[in-house]
Ligand binder design. Structure first.
Ligand code: NAD
Length: 291
């Protein structure tokens, strides 16, 4: 049994923290706003009144927040994780943030005696609920091994990919592939529909061939049913594609399709669809096609 503080009880964080409770750990959860804390308490967790209250006495602190500034505020800010955590505590940031921020957090944590790993995830809300996330971990080998038993409660694939920040770089690559694939599935569905092909049969046969993918299996049914409730919000994927483009520029790598899909995601957001699931890229293709 590990004493865990879990900060960020959103779409992903709430089911993840709940799985840790079910695995027998003592979890103090904190999120802004009473409603999400109450949902965690209903799920069997302990609701804390502040970051500091959750973190005090915790052996492991897990953060699952939207973006780099949120992690900086919660971890580095006043009354944040580093002010409240005891020396030797392990910080596991599972949010998707900039690799450079992950490295800074790890360095500043080390100055206060807190060990830090970056452990962003892939697998979506369903993966969080089922405890089958794919988790890409960056950090010192000993710290990654210390985090592993908890990460294996949350995920089915837990891989140490390199030093601090490299988990986030792998996650950026993941987001590039996911956005690009959703966009191509959206274009294929729009084309098939406009040509009068029955979409369910088309998706079934595409899934059995080389065009088959986890995206086609998991996202096409919602697209066909025109269900765009998140899941994974366009706003968050827009944030991630910013990380991808920055990372490519920093490395001197040219990613033309990545650039195009980043613009298409930005357009969706500019048109007021930032709150929808990223499978709403379908709506963007339809608008471009006058459908
Ligand atoms: P979310 O917006 O549903 O959850 C984030 C939570 O953090 C919210 O409840 C918000 O109120 C809380 N929060 C923000 N700032 C806070 C602060 N200062 N103090 C306390 N609470 C604060 O987002 P999500 O979908 O759960 O995603 C979380 C992270 O995981 C993001 O970085 C996202 O990119 C990544 N991610 C999401 C998915 C997905 O399918 N939703 C999949 C993989 C990775």
């Amino acid at each position: 049994m590990t004493r865990i503080a879990f900060i960020g009880l959103g779409i992903m964080g709430l089911p993840m923290a709940t799985n840790l409770v079910r695995a027998g750990h003592e979890v103090a959860g904190y999120n802004r706003g009473e409603a999400k804390r109450a949902r965690f308490a209903d799920a069997g967790g302990t609701a804390a009144g502040s970051v500091a209250e959750a973190v005090r006495g915790a052996e492991v602190v897990i953060t699952m927040l939207p973006d780099s500034p949120d992690v900086e505020e919660v971890v580095l800010g006043p009354d944040g994780v580093l002010e409240s955590a005891g020396a030797g505590a392990l910080l596991v940031d599972m949010s998707t943030i900039a690799p450079a921020t992950a490295r800074t957090v790890a360095e500043l944590a080390a100055e206060t005696g807190v060990r830090a790993v970056d452990a962003p995830v892939s697998g979506g809300e369903q993966g969080a609920i089922d405890g089958t996330l794919s988790i890409m971990v960056g950090g010192e080998p000993a710290d990654v091994e210390a985090a592993r038993p908890l990460l294996e409660v949350l995920g089915g694939t837990v891989v140490h990919v390199g030093p601090s920040g490299s988990g986030q770089t792998v996650k950026a690559a993941n987001q590039l592939v996911v956005a690009g694939t959703i966009q191509l599935v959206a274009e294929a569905l729009t084309l098939l529909d406009a040509q009068g092909v029955e979409l369910r049969s088309a998706v079934e046969v595409l899934s059995g061939g080389l065009a088959g993918s986890a995206i086609l299996d998991r996202k096409a049914p919602g697209m066909l049913a025109r269900r765009f409730a998140p899941g994974f919000r366009v706003d968050l994927h827009h944030k991630d594609l910013g990380i991808v483009l920055d990372s490519a520029r920093e490395a001197g790598v040219v990613i033309p399709l990545g650039g195009a899909v980043a613009q298409l995601m930005a357009a969706l957001r500019a048109q007021g669809d930032g709150h929808l699931d990223h499978s709403a890229l379908l709506l963007g293709v339809e608008r471009l096609s006058g459908k």
